[in-house]
Design a protein around this ligand. Structure first.
Ligand code: GLA
Length: 381
């Protein structure tokens, strides 16, 4: 990828720039908990975005997306927003830095990536983090790592229409080879957990479906949670996020909120606890419990949070039938992947069966990605 980028960069700009990269992410457990102040448990992966960048001394960004063969130029004022969605991520990052008082000028860039789009591995966070990290270095801005992640998150909120939490950008910036990271999204305390489950493999099965309107459905889930918090706060003003409430407090307001909001909040409260349970189990090397919790998450995401879909439920069922240790829909949902914790000796049979059964039902095979936990945002030498 590096040499393809480099070649194009020279052709377009006649010089060499500097290389930066960042990563997509997986999440072992803790889904839709981040914007509820709960825990998440992600890690960066070996698929990401890479860009070559050179400052150009103007106030214009000249950007070429190698995978799409598209070139766009844009200025850095609010009214200069480009229309191409990929360019809006880069523009948004620049704008968010500027809003924080950072001095960003123009630059030339060519970038490419290998995070499958729409698969729930957060290609967009990888793109935002690459540029946030790179611009921080190149313009000597001195922005701390959490703020870099927040810049990516604000880009999603203000330029891409997704009111996401901090998980994806956090993983993409803080990711470390071989480790998952448990993040408390309320206090922002985090802890690295070396993850090398002997005798097991983590594998993603990508349904290759992405259902429309995922971002508005995502934002609606968030609103449900906020309504539930508002109701609980009437009795317990100290509650800031769903994470601060137990099931009993939610039950006190059961008749004050809609059935749908209740289900959403119920899922979140249970999911926050599951992350804690999984961390405890991991410390004991108890992968059976980890796997069981993953299945519980799938059920919650499917029945209560309603972010699964036919294809993902189907993949989850195959995993259960094959005796896979843990399996669940990963990321925001509405398509994308399941993440599976599989015993080595079962791996081949499971993959073969999943491919065949899925193809028979939906007409195409799922894609299979072995998870390699890798470093996050960095400068390449
Ligand atoms: C998307 C969002 C994250 C998080 C997950 C669900 O990936 O970007 O902030 O909410 O969905 O866990």
């Amino acid at each position: 990828m590096k040499s393809r980028i480099s070649e194009k960069f020279r052709t377009l700009f006649g010089k060499d720039g500097e290389f930066f990269a960042s990563a997509g992410r997986i999440n072992l457990i803790g889904e839709h908990t981040d914007y509820n102040g709960g825990y998440v448990f992600p890690g960066a992966i070996d698929k990401g975005m890479m860009s070559e960048i050179m400052l150009n001394g103007t106030d214009k960004v000249c950007a070429y997306a190698l995978d799409l063969d598209e070139y766009v130029e844009f200025g850095l004022r609010e009214e200069d927003a480009p229309s191409q969605s990929w360019a809006r991520y880069i523009f948004g990052v620049c704008r968010e830095i500027i809003k924080k008082g950072g001095k960003v000028g123009g630059f030339n860039t060519v970038f490419a990536g290998d995070v499958p789009l729409g698969a729930g591995m957060s290609s967009s966070a990888a793109l935002e983090s690459t540029f946030a990290f790179a611009l921080n270095e190149l313009f000597n801005l001195g922005i701390g790592k959490f703020d870099l992640a927040r810049i990516g998150q604000a880009t999603e909120h203000n330029y891409c229409g997704v009111k996401c939490g901090i998980m994806d950008q956090f993983a993409s910036i803080f990711g470390k080879k071989g480790s998952l990271i448990r993040l408390d999204c309320k206090t922002l305390e985090y802890k690295y957990y070396p993850f090398d489950p002997e005798g097991y493999r983590l594998v993603l099965l990508d349904s290759v479906v992405k259902h429309e309107l995922a971002s508005s459905a995502y934002n609606r889930r968030r609103e449900s949670c906020e309504r539930a918090v508002a109701a609980i706060r009437k009795n317990h003003p100290e509650v800031e996020f769903l994470r601060d409430a137990g099931k009993e407090w939610l039950d006190e307001v059961k008749t004050d909120i809609s059935e749908e909001d209740y289900k959403r909040a119920e899922y979140v409260i249970e999911e926050v606890q599951r992350v804690i349970d999984v961390c405890d189990a991991l410390e004991k090397g108890d992968y059976e419990t980890v796997g069981r919790k993953m299945y519980e998450t799938h059920d919650g995401m499917s029945r209560l949070y309603e972010v699964s879909c036919e294809e993902l439920d189907f993949l989850n069922d195959i995993a259960r039938k094959c005796g896979v240790t843990g399996s669940r829909v990963m990321g925001g949902g509405f398509g994308g992947c399941t993440i599976n914790l599989v015993k080595e000796e079962l791996y081949d049979r499971f993959i073969a069966e999943a491919r065949a059964a899925f193809k028979e039902r939906f007409g195409h095979e799922p894609k299979v990605y072995d998870v390699v936990i890798s470093d996050g945002a960095r400068k390449l030498e």
